[in-house]
Design a protein around this ligand. Structure first.
Ligand code: SF4
Length: 267
């Protein structure tokens, strides 16, 4: 959520909405102290693979695309980050292996000629005098209006789980339809590379559809968040704790940047 007091706009990203449903307090603290929410070796590896895939889909050869992947790692490791799974050397060594699996299993099945890393910003409507906006970057939209998202993951995705409640496909499919890049029902595909085995990472394709009904539900969810967090208070309610939810694996010293001043104060 980005709040622009001058323009009276509130902008949502799907990642923020995901975070909100994990733990509202974590999202409130991220709004107050965005610098605390640094990336990790896991997100850096994902960024490297995204750069590789983007360049391959733009028609670059493997060598140039791999160089783009390494450049992305150079940049990300130059920024504040934390190491939770792999050290820097391990990430540099592993990236080409991950990309080789993507190259072999996913790339042959992706139609060329689409839009890569497509940024969007769409209006969702008005709430209490504020303009509500949804923003994001779609990894790939095919010329036929199928949306792809690249993922690196420690474990395979559960198809039913993602289909039932994943927010990213709903947000991105809504944007693609609004922008005239796709029509409902929109085909969504997660092209995933798992981080094991280290010698030849496995891959997974998780695919399902999103409809206009999903878009309407997303809007309802966002409006309820606005009401619950901001309400009718004059000052946007960032100065008092929001609900703290620890019922998920990311509430830990390793994965929550606010652990030491929140649950970590007690346990
Ligand atoms: S420590 Fe747990 S409860 Fe506290 S902000 Fe982080 S995720 Fe939420």
């Amino acid at each position: 959520m980005i709040i622009d007091y001058d323009k009276r706009t509130i902008t949502f990203h799907q990642s923020w909405l995901n975070d909100y449903y994990l733990c509202p307090e974590r999202t409130r603290r991220t709004l107050l102290d965005p610098a605390a929410n640094v990336g990790s070796d896991a997100t850096i590896l994902g960024t490297g693979m995204h750069a590789y895939v983007e360049h391959r889909l733009l028609g670059e050869d493997i060598e140039v695309s791999m160089a783009a992947g390494f450049n992305a790692l150079d940049h990300e490791f130059s920024l504040p980050h934390k190491i939770v799974q792999m050290n820097e050397d391990q990430v540099y060594t592993f990236l080409p292996t991950m990309c080789a699996s993507f190259e072999a299993d996913h790339l042959p099945n992706i139609p060329r000629g689409g839009l890569t890393e497509h940024k969007f910003s769409i209006a969702l409507g008005e709430w209490e005098g504020w303009s509500i906006i949804l923003e994001g970057t779609i990894d790939y939209v095919t010329p036929g209006g199928v949306l792809f998202d690249w993922k690196t993951a420690g474990q395979g995705y559960k198809q039913w789980e993602k289909e039932r409640w994943a927010i990213q496909p709903t947000a991105y499919c809504a944007a693609a339809v609004t922008l005239g890049l796709a029509t409902f029902p929109v085909e969504w595909k997660y092209a995933i590379v798992l981080k094991s085995p280290l010698s030849r990472p496995k891959t997974q394709l998780v695919e399902f559809q999103r409809t206009k009904a999903h878009t309407l539900w997303l809007r309802e969810q966002i409006w309820s968040i606005l009401q619950a967090t901001i309400g009718n208070r004059d000052a946007l309610a960032l100065d008092a704790p929001w609900v703290k939810n620890d019922q998920h694996a990311l509430c830990s010293e390793k994965w929550c940047p606010f652990w030491s001043t929140c649950k970590g104060k007690y346990l």
